[in-house]
Design a protein around this ligand. Structure first.
Ligand code: 3H9
Length: 702
């Protein structure tokens, strides 16, 4: 059995410590240890109260997620909690660190709770497609009211100890040694008559909520807005409705168990738990051992302070690391710093930061126009114009001034890292650090290893990703890396489909319905249609050589419809709005373009739109795996969910593909190949091999 609980007698108090490193989930051994420990303390007449705490950095991180979907050994969590709840000797939870999910529910089952100021508490089950299924949906509303409880459970976001006290989740915040504090708390209770306070028996707060339909309506609206297409929030609301309107605790628990069972069986649960483990798996690089020495990043430099460079600099400022920005002239620096300050001021207006915090962050930012001044930086990231010659020149200048051991990085979104590395005499220190726009917001960091990048540089960059609060995924060096290489087929298909009969609005709508935050044409409008158009013009491309899938976008650009920035693109954006409205003129333009190209338009079903946009992602993903550009399917999934908005509830394109059936996908790819031809529909050998062997992408995870 996994995990244990230590039992120690301190005078009249039994101190039980959950020990299941690194974060003490409620694995079988812990459940057994809790049950045995509580029974032992109850049976021992010299014990008057019990203190429960966790070893290391966590109190209890929740149920053992790896047990879901399988058969668990040992006592059930419910039996264990019933033993605790019915104890006549007071139990005090000494929340020393993270108390999440089932961990907080264990604490809610204790009769009292004290917490360390730094300890976070939360019920994040919703993020795994679940609900608090160990009494949390019944106990929390009895403690803090239905509205606040639903808010807490539907967001799944943690709060620190003092906020938990303010909300009424814990009884006291204890400075200093938490176990000593809890023992003192327990002795005060003993002195006052050893009363146990069971949350299950508290009724006054839920009675106030009874019959108030508005709070549930409001929770449903919040869930629809913030947790679009998620199954679990509605289940949480139904459980709280039962807590409030049924009133009887055991009847409420029955509803909770039924709803928990529905979540457990729902495909979203499987995808979201896969995502949880994948987010952690991507940090593990098979040929870069955990013990690889890393470079301490104490000072950073960013070349370029435009949209990307400024956003990248903000990541370092947010992590408390001083940054020097290099620009061509003072005017460009002032402009860049102005944008950074404006971004922070918006955070202050939204109440997410204080003016003092902004000052502290801005104080870490300095500017220069001289490469020489980058000599102290531990990492230098170039974020300049996406042109290999310009980048090569920047690397030559970087290496001339960089101190020994500094990481030399490029924020390129797909250019050749080895070419940049070859421009220096230290290719081992060169790496790609591809941030996604807006760089201060997006979670993904694509880390790109060149052929000579050292293990130390890789390990340091992956660690830097964590410091900057990003999810770092390692990619091999190939055009477009993982993300943009896969995206190429997706956007090209969207462009082709509209010429064959769909409208841009139908295509966008299908992908929105699938769960993408925006469709490909909305994305084009956001990024700016002029980028590709200008590049084609600058490159002297003749109109007849423009790829057919870019023809409509180029026509829009000729009319100065560049997208959101000019309030017109594929959509029309009313003054100040980012929500575009369809434009019949664009539909006519698309139809004209089809006619010019001699394409007969026909009705295209939503199903075909979806398959033709998504299957190229999967086919290309298979090639990336085959060519070892992506290490595992989960690396691709994490890139797509965090960098491109692929819906989390699907687990990412490769996981989703497995669930659809690779044989069905391969058959469709072959069919599209016969109908439309082109490299894009040539089945990847790995996909064919997996289908032949009756295997899934998951079978490659190792
Ligand atoms: C639940 O409680 C349901 C109940 O309501 C009802 C039951 C009937 N289980 O994240 P880290 C592993 S649902 C198993 O890198 P950090 C993790 O995979 C649960 N394993 O550390 C990793 O393994 P490895 C509700 C877990 O310091 C290692 O621990 N609870 C669990 O950055 C270190 O994790 C949650 O959703 C777990 N519960 O962050 C909490 N948790 O080293 C989920 C972690 O092999 N956990 N592991 O890759 C977290 O949010 C973070 O892990 C935590 C620590 C904040 C705790």
């Amino acid at each position: 059995m996994k995990g244990t609980v230590h039992y120690e007698q301190k005078g009249n108090i039994a101190v039980m410590t959950v020990d299941n490193p690194p974060v003490n989930p409620l694995s079988s051994g812990v459940r057994q240890g809790l049950t045995d420990g509580i029974n032992k303390a109850i049976a021992d007449s010299s014990i008057e109260a019990i203190v429960l705490t966790g070893a290391g950095r966590a109190f209890i991180a929740g149920a053992d997620i790896s047990e879901f979907g399988g058969k668990a050994e040992g006592p059930s969590l419910h039996d264990c909690l019933n033993t605790m709840d019915s104890s006549e000797k007071p139990i005090v939870a000494a929340i020393n660190g993270t108390a999440f999910g089932g961990g907080l529910e264990v604490a809610l089952c204790c009769h009292y709770r004290v917490i360390a100021p730094s300890a976070p508490v939360g019920l994040p089950e919703v993020k795994l497609g679940l609900l608090p299924g160990a009494g949390g949906t019944q106990r929390l509303p009895r403690l803090i009211g239905a509205a606040k409880a639903m808010d807490f459970m539907i967001s799944g976001d943690p709060i620190p100890g003092p906020a938990a006290k303010e909300l009424g989740i814990v009884d006291a915040v204890v400075e200093g040694d938490i176990v000593d504090g809890a023992i003192k708390f327990a002795n005060d209770i003993i002195a006052n008559g050893s009363q146990v306070r069971r949350i299950r028996d508290e009724t006054s707060i839920i009675e106030q909520d009874r019959g108030n339909e508005e709070i549930f309506e409001s929770a449903r609206k919040t869930a629809a807005r913030k947790m679009k297409k998620r199954f679990a929030p509605e289940m949480i609301i139904q459980c709280v409705e039962a807590a409030v309107n049924v009133g009887d605790f055991d009847a409420g628990i029955k509803v909770e168990q039924e709803c928990f069972g529905k979540c457990l069986k729902h495909p979203q649960r499987e995808s979201l738990i896969y995502t949880f483990f994948s987010e952690r798996e991507v940090a593990k690089i098979p040929d870069v051992p955990k013990e690889t020495p890393t470079q301490q990043i104490e000072k950073a430099a960013v070349i370029g302070c435009g949209t990307m460079g400024g956003g990248i600099a903000m990541n370092f400022l947010n992590a408390g690391i001083p940054v020097k920005s290099l620009e061509m002239d003072q005017e460009a620096l002032d402009r860049g710093f102005g944008v950074i300050k404006k971004n922070y001021d918006i955070q202050v207006q939204r109440g997410r930061m204080t003016a003092d915090e902004v000052d502290q962050r801005m104080a870490l930012l300095s500017g220069t126009t001289e490469y020489e001044e980058l000599k102290d930086a531990d990492v230098i990231i170039e974020a300049i114009y996406e042109n290999i010659d310009v980048k090569v020149e920047a690397f030559q200048k970087m290496e001339a001034v960089a101190k020994p051991g500094a990481i030399l990085a490029s924020n390129t979104s797909g250019l050749d890292i080895d070419k940049m590395a070859a421009a220096t005499s230290r290719p081992d220190a060169v790496i790609g650090l591809h941030f996604f726009s807006p760089a201060n917001v997006m979670k993904l960091l694509e880390v790109v290893r060149g052929k000579d990048t050292s293990k130390e540089t890789i390990a340091s960059s992956m660690k830097l990703g964590k410091t900057l609060n990003k999810i770092a995924v390692l990619s091999g060096n190939a055009p477009g890396f993982i993300g943009n290489r896969m995206l190429a087929g997706y956007t090209r298909q969207a462009g082709e489909i509209i010429l064959q009969g769909a409208t841009p609005y139908q295509v966008d709508n299908v992908l929105l319905q699938f769960g993408m935050p925006m469709g490909p044409f909305q994305m084009n409008d956001l990024v700016g249609l002029d980028l590709g158009w200008r590049a084609r013009k600058l490159g002297g491309m003749k109109p007849e050589d423009v790829p057919i899938t870019a023809r409509v976008a180029d026509k829009l650009c000729e009319l100065e419809r560049f997208g959101q920035k000019t309030s017109r693109g594929f959509y029309i954006y009313p003054e100040g709005s980012r929500a575009g409205q369809p434009d019949p003129e664009v539909v006519s333009m698309v139809e004209e373009t089809s006619a010019e190209l001699g394409i007969t338009r026909r009705e295209i079903s939503d199903e075909e739109v979806l398959k033709r946009c998504l299957y190229p992602l999967i086919n290309e993903g298979a090639r990336l795996l085959e060519q070892k550009i992506a290490i595992r399917p989960c690396d691709i999934d994490i890139v797509y969910m965090n960098g491109y908005g692929f819906p989390e509830v699907t687990g990412g394109p490769m996981f989703w593909a497995d669930q659809q059936g690779l044989d069905k996908i391969l058959a469709d790819i072959k069919k599209f190949g016969e109908e439309y031809g082109g490299e894009i529909w040539e089945p990847a050998p790995l996909l064919m091999k997996l289908v032949d062997e009756g295997k899934t992408f998951q079978s490659l995870q190792g």
